[in-house]
Design a protein around this ligand. Structure first.
Ligand code: DGL
Length: 248
């Protein structure tokens, strides 16, 4: 039985996971924290990423939230495995394995993974996908430019050009290994089958009894009014956003 889930990311990426969860489970209570003071995470050091992950998990623990979806591939790839044992009272969901599991049994010849430089550096997708798709050629592409463009208002011409600079390599399937990247789906039309973390996270809770009242709390470490506006224009949702401080 799950009443409340905590969810976190550097910014607007994890908010798309939240939107998918909300659509699938309307009565689930969700507390979302975006660390927009420190976005992008994709080129930060492992020490910095560890500090951010601790700050999120400490905050959720203080809020008495025990189910936590780390809706940030960069944190999942680099630090969550190492620090998880310090939080035995929390159920922490790493989203990389469930995202990869979606490709099992598809028998693609070639899969491209688009992710942040720090996720690619760790080869988290390559190593996990190999287990699900042992016969498949897997190619990882570090894409540093996309998150800042999305966070800065998602100008569609600039975003399209940036996406084009990463997608010359052909593939049968693309894994969007950063939770910001479902927003680039329109620019990958016709490139192959697309997979992201949104449905993968929804599927994690399929067999759970969800017993909340559908409450949403959204926090940012930066500018609540700006985040509210971004959520409205990018995701078409109208939610209140409050400020929060993280000890990072
Ligand atoms: N959305 C996050 C991820 O999935 C973080 C992106 C960033 O801040 O660079 O990796």
């Amino acid at each position: 039985m799950i009443t409340t889930i905590g969810c976190c990311d550097s910014g607007l990426g994890g908010m798309q996971v939240v939107k998918a969860l909300k659509e699938a489970y309307p009565n689930l209570n969700i507390v979302y924290i975006a660390d927009q003071s420190n976005v992008p995470y994709g080129e930060k050091s492992v020490e910095e990423l560890r500090k951010y992950a601790h700050a999120f998990l400490d905050k959720f623990r203080m809020m008495d939230i025990h189910e936590v979806v780390v809706a940030c591939n960069t944190l999942c790839a680099n630090v969550i495995g190492d620090i998880q044992e310090e939080y035995e009272d929390l159920h922490i969901y790493n989203i990389i394995e469930p995202t990869c599991r979606q490709l099992a049994g598809h028998h693609f010849q070639k899969i491209n993974v688009l992710a942040t430089p720090k996720t690619v550096e760790k080869h988290a997708y390559l190593n996990t996908l190999k287990a699900f798709c042992p016969e498949t050629e897997i190619h990882e592409i570090p894409a540093a430019k996309l998150v800042p463009i999305i966070e800065n208002g998602c100008d569609s011409d600039i975003l399209r050009k940036a996406v084009e600079s990463y997608v010359s390599e052909k593939a049968d399937a693309w894994v969007l290994g950063c939770t910001h990247f479902p927003l680039i789906r329109p620019f990958l039309d016709g490139k192959g089958e697309l997979f992201d973390s949104n449905q993968a996270v929804v599927d994690l809770f399929r067999d759970e009894q969800i017993t909340g009242e559908g409450k949403m709390e959204i926090y940012t470490t930066k500018d609540p009014a700006r985040m509210k506006e971004s959520i409205r224009t990018l995701l078409g949702c109208d939610y209140d956003v409050k400020a929060i401080t993280l000890d990072s």
